[in-house]
Design a protein around this ligand. Structure first.
Ligand code: FMN
Length: 230
């Protein structure tokens, strides 16, 4: 592929520097004086409020960051599907890029960016595969199309044409027609992230935001709740 230049002069034709700089808004005065002792309780409260907020779509979407074997940090969105057993669970393909990264470095971070509420929650912790029976149980609750999609997709592998993906979907739907029981693919399942740090951020006036961070040295230790400068 030819080297493609994109400098300020070119960018100006689309969006000027002044326009980008002016992209800012003032935050409100919804203070964060304190939070419950249990960070999961605090998280559940904020998740529910985000879900009930009509502007926020996919309140349970979170940005997952992982570290690759060549020390690149990569991020992508996944959906939170459970908060239990002291962790945050999502589902994916165990042969995907993220899964290979987690195999090498189980330290990951999760970010819930709820900008419409001037809030974010950032979490860092350790990801581990959940049990096969837990994955089976959740897979069985997925809509048929998503179940067939899990068989059709070789997530993160190169794909020559869209048609190839659709053919794989067709093939799997012939094997398990709508209404039949679709088994969970062996390459598909969940990870649970056991947190070591959970930070709640609430935007406030003059950039004097509130940051409250639950921290613990290891997964067996008690939580401490500390406030940080914004
Ligand atoms: C809103 C949203 C939700 C998503 N949820 C999931 C998910 O729950 N699991 C998943 O594997 N990919 C999900 N994806 C796709 C991932 O962001 C990503 O493209 C895919 O998992 C491949 O990532 P990888 O190649 O880094 O492994 C979602 C994307 C978006 C935008």
């Amino acid at each position: 592929m030819a080297f493609l230049r994109f400098d300020r002069a070119m960018a100006d034709e689309i969006v000027t520097k002044e326009e980008v700089r002016a992209m800012r808004r003032s935050y409100g005065d919804a203070g964060l004086e304190t939070l419950p002792d249990n960070p999961f309780e605090a998280f559940a409260m904020w998740l529910k409020q985000a879900h009930e907020n009509t502007i926020i779509v996919e309140a349970n979407a979170m940005v997952l960051s992982t570290l690759t074997s060549d020390s690149q940090i990569e991020t992508r969105t996944v959906l939170l599907k459970d908060i239990s057993e002291g962790g945050f669970t999502f589902f994916t393909n165990y042969d995907s890029r993220k899964a290979h990264a987690i195999d090498l470095h189980s330290n990951v971070s999760l970010l819930f960016p709820w900008y419409a509420m001037e809030r974010q929650i950032s979490i860092s912790g350790i990801a581990e595969k959940i049990s096969e029976s837990e994955s089976d149980e959740y897979f069985a609750t997925r809509p048929w199309g998503s179940q067939i999609g899990a068989w059709a997709s070789q997530q993160s592998s190169p794909l020559a044409t869209r048609a190839e993906l659709e053919q794989r979907f067709e093939g799997a739907s012939k094997k398990w027609p709508e209404g039949s029981v679709v088994p969970r693919p062996p390459h598909w399942g969940g990870y649970r992230v056991t947190p070591l740090q959970i930070e709640f951020w609430q935007g406030r006036y003059s950039r004097l935001h509130d940051r409250l961070r639950y921290e613990r040295a290891n997964t067996a230790a008690d939580w401490e709740l500390n406030r940080y400068y914004p």
